[in-house]
Each structure stands twice: as structure tokens, then as C-alpha cells.
Ligand binder design. Structure first.
Ligand SMILES: [Zn+2]
Ligand SMILES: [Zn+2]
Length: 149
């Protein structure tokens, strides 16, 4: 896997790690923890890029609720998630460079995609209940794929 930029782990960024810690104006530390344990090794650049994408999405009417369903997922717990996204995509969550945004309707799907595409995010997966985003480059192409779940 080739990566966009140096991985600056969220834990190296600040010594203030309570869940309400404001990483960017919208996103807090707790939003990106592994959902099955307390570990959190999100890449700070990925969160910053997502902040840009979320801000851009707010230019579309109506404003939508932007909810992260999965951010970092640890190696111990990734197998739960491989069932949904498949091993290859799910594993990008263990790098701290992937997030899933809740989305199950066409209005929010438009807003979220508008923000993602205009922020420079180039790997997007559309599932029935979420949109997967990652900043891991595997093939060099910008892609939007459709997940089968
Ligand atoms: Zn875990
Ligand atoms: Zn995902």
C-alpha cells in the first residue's frame, strides 16, 4: 500500500485524549475509536481531509447530519468488519486512513459525495447504509465502487 502522506497518529498529536477532544472543528477524538475497544490510531491528515469534505458538503441544501460509523478498527476486531466490506477494503481501517460515513438516503448521499469529490478524496465506496472513504492508494486511479451490502 502506498500512502498519501506521512502517518501522524492521532495519539502523537495531543496528550488530551478524552472522547470529547476536538481534533478539528467538527470531529472529536471519540468518533474514530475502534467500535469494539478503546484503541484509536487514526491518521490526523485523514481527519483533516474529512473536515474539508464535511465543510464542503454543508454548502448543499438541506444540511445533513454527518455521522462517522467506523474510523480506526484494530487488528483484533477487524474480522467483524470484513464481513461487511470484504478483507481488502476493511483492512484499510487498520491503517487509520479510512472512515465510514452513515448514509442510507439519496439526499445525504449527494451532499456527502459532493464534499468528498471536491476535497480531493479519491477512493470512495458506496454501500446501502454507509459510504466508505480511505486515503490509501492501491492502484493509482481515483475510484468510486459500489459495495454489495
Ligand atoms: Zn478493537
Ligand atoms: Zn470502510
Amino acid at each position: 500500500m502506498r500512502l498519501f502522506s506521512k502517518h501522524i497518529d492521532i495519539n502523537e498529536y495531543s496528550s488530551d485524549y478524552d472522547d470529547s477532544y476536538q481534533v478539528t472543528p467538527y470531529f472529536t477524538y471519540g468518533m474514530f475509536r475502534c467500535s469494539k475497544c478503546i484503541s484509536n490510531h487514526m491518521c490526523i491528515d485523514t481527519i483533516r481531509l474529512l473536515e474539508k469534505a464535511r465543510t464542503l458538503s454543508q454548502a448543499i441544501y438541506p444540511p445533513i447530519h454527518y455521522k462517522i460509523v467506523h474510523g480506526y478498527v484494530c487488528n483484533t476486531h477487524i474480522h467483524h468488519y470484513s464481513k461487511v466490506e470484504g478483507n481488502k477494503i476493511a483492512n484499510t481501517h487498520t491503517t487509520g486512513r479510512a472512515v465510514d460515513i452513515a448514509c442510507n438516503d439519496s439526499i445525504s448521499r449527494y451532499s456527502i459525495l459532493y464534499g468528498l469529490l471536491n476535497s480531493g478524496i479519491s477512493r470512495i465506496g458506496i454501500y446501502s447504509n454507509h459510504i466508505h472513504v480511505d486515503t490509501v492508494i492501491t492502484g493509482g486511479y481515483s475510484i468510486i465502487y459500489v459495495g454489495d451490502r
